[in-house]
Design a protein around this ligand. Structure first.
Ligand code: FMN
Length: 231
């Protein structure tokens, strides 16, 4: 049991967190001369690592494109907006498991069950059956590669969100990027030997760095009363 947080500390944490969420904007233009410190980027990746996922399967990977030639190829082939994808300090391709990659009969399920979740070998067969039943009868995606990838990609977005918030907490700017050619993104990663496209595919990208210009418009959101309904 954790100790109860003092009212002062709670107020401080709430205010820090909301300040970070207000600081976080979808930044369009980055300063190409400013790099995110490796320790800071490690913190951002740790936040992704600790994201929740359905069945604890963490069906994502983060591919940090550091090689300038590979990154240039990714930006060009995916037609990503260059001021963001080309100039930010770090460009991350978030991949998610394909239906084959997350298959109840596949190696990944066995790997994560045994090595991460410390399941005994004799329970893994039952887990495969339980997971197959979950995919078929609970979320009803079994047999549909698109629906299955939609489900794994949704998990990947949770990791993405953790990264965006962690970055904002340490005043690192970011922008999620969906506006890219997904097929090309997967192809570039596969050609570079970074993924097996049968098992993993590009889900979403994000850039991290430091803004060179503030967003043109203030952050706008619907009021809480419009969003939350009490029943
Ligand atoms: C999943 C996702 C994908 C996005 N893709 C892009 C993108 O490709 N390019 C871009 O400039 N902004 C992108 N955005 C940013 C949104 O447009 C932005 O978050 C929204 O307009 C609210 O603005 P704010 O983030 O500055 O508060 C994306 C946001 C999310 C959550």
């Amino acid at each position: 049991m954790s100790e109860t947080m003092s009212p002062q500390l709670k107020q401080h944490v709430q205010s820090t967190y909301l300040t970070a969420l207000r600081f976080r904007r979808a930044i369009k233009a980055f300063d190409p001369r400013r790099e995110v410190d490796p320790a800071d980027f490690d913190f951002i990746c740790q936040a992704a690592r600790l994201a929740p996922s359905s069945n604890g399967l963490e069906p994502w990977n983060l591919i940090v494109l550091r090689d300038p030639a590979l990154r240039a190829k990714f930006v060009e082939r995916t037609r990503a907006r260059a001021e963001q994808a080309g100039q930010a300090s770090h460009l991350v391709a978030v991949t998610a498991k394909t239906a084959k990659g997350i298959s109840p009969d596949g190696d990944y399920l066995a790997h994560i069950s045994a090595t991460v979740q410390a399941m005994a070998p004799e329970t893994i067969a039952a887990r495969r059956d339980g997971f197959r039943d979950f995919l078929a009868n609970r979320i009803e995606v079994l047999g549909s590669p698109e629906a299955t990838f939609g489900w794994t990609a949704r998990q990947a977005y949770l990791a993405l969100e953790n990264m965006l918030v962690a970055a904002a907490l340490i005043e690192v700017d970011s922008c999620p990027l969906e506006g890219v050619d997904y097929g090309q993104a997967t192809a570039v990663l596969a050609e570079a030997g970074l993924i097996d496209p049968e098992l993993d595919a590009f889900a979403v990208a994000a850039v991290f760095g430091y803004r060179s210009a503030d967003p043109k418009r203030p952050q706008a959101r619907r009021p809480l009363e419009e969003i939350v309904r009490w029943a």
